[in-house]
Ligand binder design. Structure first.
Ligand SMILES: [Mn+2]
Length: 491
């Protein structure tokens, strides 16, 4: 049985399906989860989408976005049963007393005893879990942290396109050559259509699927834009996908606070030329000064990329909370590998785009630490040129850096209190992944001539030229005058 057939079988057998997009959510994870949600509605199945993190404003236009729950109740009910053979119930009351609930049962006559009480669990709330666009279970955030046992007792279908996917599901459908998770869903949905004889992909579902492709390819500008992605996008347009709506909300709507934040980050770009390293930072102070939130930083890393044409490694470090730094990595050129870099710190992603977190270190200490590790990585690669005149990168440490330990502690043992965020399931090396890529690469080479014509045509249709603006222009311009790509650590 193919993976697709196994998934369809399991879906057919299931009635209460839990859909989990990765956290923080992006257009691809939300598009995938909501497309499934609408599809299951048509198939007469109950499904629930849960995302513990807030939904960024840019995605509020997605069809049925309001159906997403933030909170996860318990996975199953706890039932207290009272045997009424020896006595009859007159009234039942309950009272809450600090950390206790007292259930008060008054008998009509006779007396209840210990033996009359029994406990058991109700039917599990869900009989199937589908994770979408999620490389490892930790990426599900609180839903996983608070209910880890659920992921062993209920079958999990894992559908994803991250190279670092840990294959944690009972069924894993991981295609690392897909531009987005929604791209993987289309043939699956069509198989379901063929099998049920129902028309399932309507304009809303097509819009959700296209939103995933558009966000993950940066509106067909990133290098993960394959001919297949274009083909699938065109097919979705035929099915009624509202492409203009997606572009409008995701790329053209920028708040003033967002523009200020972007200006701030772009003005702080740091370079380490010998190591071909470019990075910038977003501290809690930056957010406060520009009156913005982390939601508004999506896409800045791609702006950094376009501002640093020669860079081999591009980083954006965000102070997520005290002593927690979240880092996006991009490696636009051949050689440096974003996934390898992220894995040095316990993270992961794709060869060209990945992310990781460093916990337990003040922001500036973390910045120094990360930069020095990546410099080592760059020095260890054979094809880095210009290493002769190496200079230390200058990182300004403010007078009162936020930290939980002294600089001396750090110097004596830089790793003493650092906690890397390690996925519960360590991503296994994917057998055949390289072969797949090579095969895909060769196939693409063969198709190149035909493809370039097609891409040019399609590009004209889909993407508007990126405006070449300076930071000052951006700050002055009205929202809507430019657009760029949204993305967080893991696409
Ligand atoms: Mn994705």
């Amino acid at each position: 049985m193919t993976t697709e057939e196994q998934i369809i079988n399991l879906i057919e057998k299931s009635q209460r399906i839990l859909l989990l997009p990765s956290s923080p959510p992006d257009g691809d994870s939300l598009g995938s989860a909501l497309a499934f949600y609408l599809l299951f509605k048509k198939l007469g199945k109950d499904s629930t989408v849960i995302c513990a993190d807030p939904i960024p404003d840019t995605f509020k236009f997605l069809p049925t976005i309001d159906s997403i729950s933030r909170n996860f109740g318990g996975a199953e009910d706890f039932i207290v049963t009272l045997d009424c053979t020896s006595a009859e119930v007159d009234t039942i009351k309950y009272e809450v007393e600090q950390n206790k609930v007292n259930i008060i049962i008054t008998p009509k006559k006779g007396k209840f005893g210990d033996k009359d009480v029994s406990f058991h669990y109700g039917e599990a709330k869900y009989d199937l879990i589908i994770t979408v666009d999620t490389g490892d279970l930790q990426q599900l955030g609180k839903v996983y942290e608070q209910n880890p046992e659920m992921f062993y007792s209920i079958p999990v279908i894992n559908i994803d396109h991250h190279a670092s996917n840990g294959e944690f599901g009972r069924i894993n459908m991981v295609d690392i050559t897909a531009s987005s998770t929604t791209e993987i869903l289309i043939p699956l949905f069509e198989k379901l259509e063929a099998k049920t004889g129902l028309k399932l992909i309507d304009a809303d579902i097509a819009t959700l699927l296209l939103a995933g492709i558009i966000t993950d390819t940066g509106s067909f500008q990133h290098s993960n834009t394959t001919p297949r992605a274009f083909g699938v996008a065109a097919h979705l347009l035929d099915l009624g996908a509202r492409q203009q709506e997606i572009i409008k909300y995701i790329y053209r709507t920028k708040r003033l606070s967002t523009l200020k934040l972007w200006g701030k980050v772009l003005s702080k770009i740091k370079y380490d030329e010998p190591h071909h390293l470019v990075w910038s930072t977003i501290t809690a102070e930056d957010l406060a000064e520009t009156d913005s939130t982390h939601d508004e930083s999506g896409g800045i890393i791609d702006e950094l990329l376009s501002n640093a044409p020669g860079a081999q490694v591009v980083l954006l470090m965000k102070e997520k909370e005290k002593d927690l730094v979240s880092v996006s990595v991009r490696t636009p050129n051949k050689g440096a590998n974003a996934n390898d870099i992220a894995q040095m710190f316990g993270g992961g992603g794709h060869p060209k785009a990945a992310g990781f977190r460093v916990k337990g270190m003040g922001f500036y200490e973390a910045e120094n630490f990360i930069i020095s590790k990546i410099k080592e990585y760059q020095e260890g690669r054979a094809d880095v040129s210009g290493m002769a005149h190496m200079q230390p990168a200058e990182i300004k440490v403010p007078e009162e850096p936020k930290k939980i330990q002294t600089a001396a502690d750090l110097r004596s043992d830089p790793l003493a209190n650092v906690q890397f965020q390690k996925p519960e399931v360590v991503p296994a090396a994917r057998e055949g992944g390289e072969d797949l890529l090579l095969k895909d690469f060769r196939k693409r080479k063969e198709e190149e001539a035909a493809r370039e014509d097609r891409i040019e045509d399609m590009t004209k249709k889909f993407f508007k030229p990126k405006s070449e603006m300076t930071v000052e222009d951006i700050l002055k311009s009205a929202p809507g005058d430019f657009f760029t790509v949204d993305d967080d650590q893991n696409k």
